[in-house]
Design a binder for this molecule. Structure first.
Ligand code: ACO
Length: 403
């Protein structure tokens, strides 16, 4: 590791690193990734163990506090999150100000930003207690806001949070319940979605998390910083890849067409890539993708969708690609997005909500990283350098003398 800050002070040299592929902007104790070995740890715990043995609320606690909670800490944290799930009645009006066909991510971005106007008097970022309350508010209210954005888009009344349900079951009922009809939360679906939330909870310095840190480095209101993270996540290169993978599987349609698409992906002139394959960091199997594939089967088993043609295409595509020299040589494995689209669609979520679900989960990582940054004595306002390639100095020419 080279301390480039010191190098700059001593020599005036700085690095040119588009996309920050080799530049660390912070040190962090939250998440560790070894992309070559296919390892992802949160606070030292492997992601597959967390997904299989823990639950999302416990993982939120872990990311925020550094340790797994004991029973009393767990109960207290769970109760605090549950009590913060409601949004102020006045917030309903923000929703109704949006066009009915607005994308849920646009609505979520606006409404989360508006939380900074609601809590401007109780969000002193230098006060650890107020930071804790802000973190709990954000984790608790994000599913409510995401579900409200969905209900608004489909023209149904908002469904209020239910304190008797766990975090993920409550989210499902806010999305899918309708007034005057009983709603039964399928425990397999709830557990599967909880796992998906765990898999998406944090992924160290990805684009949206870096955005939250950069916004927060100026001392900005945390809700405004999370709104910046939502805006970044919305981009198709970040949160939108599972939608692209699902569309690709639908386009392939049947297993006999797979070789045609494999050939197309290998042909550089086609401009086509296998969506849901490859990762900037993982040059081995994405450990989240393994859990995701299993979760996909669990959901389809429970909902009776195992004959889903897209799953057949996905399984066969994965099998063929993993035996193909091109994909082996370039270390291209299925990533988390490869199976998540099929799973979420089977649960009943429309494609437009896929990134919103990602935002619900990643809120925990954003707020944990924001909090870590505020507490870090070494952290300074983010101010990337640039390589200026514009005009050299020249004299101003009045308008009437220009060609
Ligand atoms: N299909 C076919 N070829 C591919 C694919 C793919 N999905 N991904 C990479 N390659 C090839 C590239 O053409 C390149 O070949 P070359 O060396 O002959 O030029 C080589 O593999 C390396 O690719 P890069 O683009 O340099 O790798 P990078 O790490 O920058 O890209 C990325 C990673 C963007 C994820 C890429 O693999 C991709 O476009 N995948 C498809 C989109 C996708 O699934 N995105 C989701 C990412 S996961 C997430 O966001 C949660």
């Amino acid at each position: 590791v080279i301390d480039v800050g010191k190098l700059y002070k001593d020599t005036g040299c700085f690095t040119y690193d588009p996309g920050f592929t080799s530049t660390a902007n912070c040190s962090s104790k939250i998440t560790y990734i070894d992309g070559d070995a296919g390892i992802l740890l949160h606070r030292g715990y492997p992601i597959d163990q967390l997904a299989e043995q823990s639950n999302f609320i416990e993982v939120c606690y872990l990311l925020l506090n550094g340790e797994l909670p004991n029973e009393q800490q767990y109960r207290e944290f769970d109760r605090a999150i549950t009590q913060h799930t409601m949004v102020h009645e006045q917030m309903n009006r923000f929703f109704t100000g949006f066009r009915r066909d607005a994308h849920p991510m646009a609505v979520i971005c606006g409404v989360v930003g508006a939380l900074s106007a609601f809590y401007h008097d109780s969000t002193d970022i230098n006060d650890p207690h107020q930071r804790t309350v802000a973190a709990r508010r954000m984790i608790a209210k994000m599913p409510t806001i995401a579900a409200m954005a969905y209900k608004y888009a489909i023209g149904q009344p908002f469904i209020y949070p239910r304190n008797d349900l766990d975090y993920t079951s409550n989210f499902l009922q806010m999305c899918f319940a309708v007034p005057c009809e009983p709603y039964y939360v399928n425990p397999v679906v709830s557990r599967a979605l909880d796992k998906i939330f765990i898999l998406h909870a944090d992924h160290e310095q990805n684009a949206s998390t870096s955005t939250v840190r950069l916004a927060g480095s100026s001392g900005a209101n945390p809700f405004a910083c999370i709104a910046a993270g939502v805006a970044c996540l919305w981009g198709p290169a970040h949160g939108g890849a599972n939608e692209a993978a699902l569309n690709m599987l639908a386009e392939i349609g049947t297993v006999d067409r797979i070789p045609e698409y494999i050939d197309k992906a290998k042909d550089k002139t086609s401009g086509f890539r296998l969506m849901g394959f490859g990762h900037r960091v993982y040059k081995n199997y994405d450990p989240r993708a393994k859990v995701m594939q299993k979760t996909c089967h669990e959901v389809l088993d429970a909902l009776g969708g195992h004959d889903e043609p897209l799953l057949k295409v996905a399984l066969e595509l994965e099998r063929i690609a993993l035996e193909d020299d091109y994909f082996i040589e370039k270390k291209l494995y299925p990533n988390i997005d490869f199976y998540s689209g099929i799973t979420l669609r089977a649960m009943g979520f429309p494609v437009s909500m896929f990134t919103a679900l990602f935002a619900v989960a990643r809120t925990t990582g954003w707020i944990a990283q924001w909090n870590e940054m505020i507490e870090d004595p070494e952290q300074r306002i983010g101010r990337p350098r640039q390589l200026y390639i514009g005009s050299p100095q020249r004299d101003f020419v009045p308008l009437n003398q220009r060609d």
